[in-house]
Design a protein around this ligand. Structure first.
Ligand SMILES: Cc1ncc(COP(=O)(O)O)c(C=O)c1O
Length: 359
């Protein structure tokens, strides 16, 4: 008798499993985790207290509509309530957007390399990924992305700043791109790292979405706000898209603790600004340190830097690990290093120097 196994959708064949950043070892010498673009700071003032209080009602389902949070977001970003939707991290919302727009036979365009979840969520939906290589400067090639649009295109991700390169697209080129994308193709501006942007020519997606019904902005509480472990992000989009997000949401996916922590975080704006400014200053220090050692690193507007190391990628990651910092290697391509606490950044700079001297 042949062993029968449950029939799975063929679309899942070849779907890569999401690889989380390697954790820092425990119990051994000091190791810092600079592999997941996390925030090194603890929750913002007042957030932990709210989260603990919220944990007192774990026996209850959370508010399905995230009403208190949406009211806070609507007020803060001056957007209608009906344009907002929350999800289990912005990756959860991104998956809902793909599910809402794209199935077998449809195409999803994104730059490559970019956020590694894009190919996964596209293929899980049964849609076809269309990867458009970054330019030689590691920036989105918006003209090539336009040229890749076909009748089958349903969704385009623009990751700004881009993970893992930290590079950005500017207002004029993004507007010109959006003006030429067909109105029935959804453009998702993934702004997971927007709070770290200091380049004044990088647009705020919320300004671009307002008079463009095919533009959706994705934001997260995981990075600048430091709530990665609570899994909460949100989208801002015009009504048909926002309504589709409510249909594709896992019921009660966003916990009460996450909703309360997000509200408290939004109310801790001064402390947020201080921390983000400190990380941005560290980013400048790291970039300067690397340049001083002779590295050519693309200017990053996010909380990480990208070193294009090609075949030396894994060797470099090994040198960093032995120095006490866990970085994120993409074999054959490069290494992404999160800006962490000062000591971690120092260890990374030392490792980078050691590696260069051994070259
Ligand atoms: C570009 C980008 N978008 C979205 C996310 C997802 O973040 P989260 O699901 O924690 O909101 C990440 C996380 O690394 C990211 O780099």
């Amino acid at each position: 008798m042949t062993e029968k196994t449950p029939k799975l959708r063929p679309a899942l064949e070849g779907v890569p499993t999401y690889k989380p950043g390697k954790p820092a070892a425990t119990g051994g010498p000091v190791a810092y985790k600079l592999s997941s673009n996390e925030n090194p700071y603890p929750p913002l003032p007042g957030v932990l207290e709210k989260a603990v209080e919220a944990a007192g009602s774990l026996n209850r389902y959370p508010d399905l509509a995230s009403a208190a949070l949406l009211a806070e977001l609507a007020d803060r970003f001056s957007v209608p309530l009906s344009h907002l939707a929350t999800g289990t991290g912005s990756v959860g919302v991104a998956q809902q957007l793909v599910q809402a727009t794209s199935g077998p036979g449809d195409e999803v365009i994104y730059a490559w390399r970019s956020f590694e979840a894009y190919p996964i969520i596209t293929q899980v939906s049964g849609a076809t990924p269309v990867q458009v290589p970054l330019t030689g400067d590691d920036v989105h090639d918006l003209e090539a992305m336009l040229a890749a649009i076909t009748e089958r295109t349903r969704l385009i991700f623009v990751c700004n700043p881009n993970n893992p390169t930290g590079t950005v697209v500017h207002r004029a080129e993004l507007e010109s791109f959006l003006d030429r994308v067909p109105a029935d193709v959804l453009v998702v501006l993934d702004e997971a790292y927007i709070e770290f942007v200091r380049d004044a020519d990088v647009p705020d997606g919320l300004d671009l979405y307002r008079d463009r019904p095919n533009v959706c902005v994705l934001r997260t509480f995981s990075k600048a706000y430091g709530l990665a472990g609570l899994r909460i992000g949100f989208a801002v989009a015009h009504e048909p898209v926002a309504a589709a997000l409510r249909k594709t949401a896992v019921p009660f996916g966003v916990s009460h603790i996450a909703q309360e922590a997000a509200v408290a975080s939004l109310r801790s704006e001064d402390a947020l600004r201080e921390r983000v400014d400190a990380l941005v200053a560290e980013r400048a220090r790291v970039a300067q340190g690397l340049a001083g050692q002779g590295w050519t690193v693309p200017g990053s507007q996010a909380n990480f830097v990208w070193l294009r190391l090609g075949e030396r990628t894994l060797d470099f990651a090994g040198v960093c690990e032995r120095a006490g910092v866990i970085v994120r290697p993409f074999p054959g391509e490069g290494v992404r290093v999160t800006i962490g606490e000062r000591e971690a950044n120092d260890l990374f700079l030392e490792a980078a120097e050691t590696f260069r001297k051994e070259l």
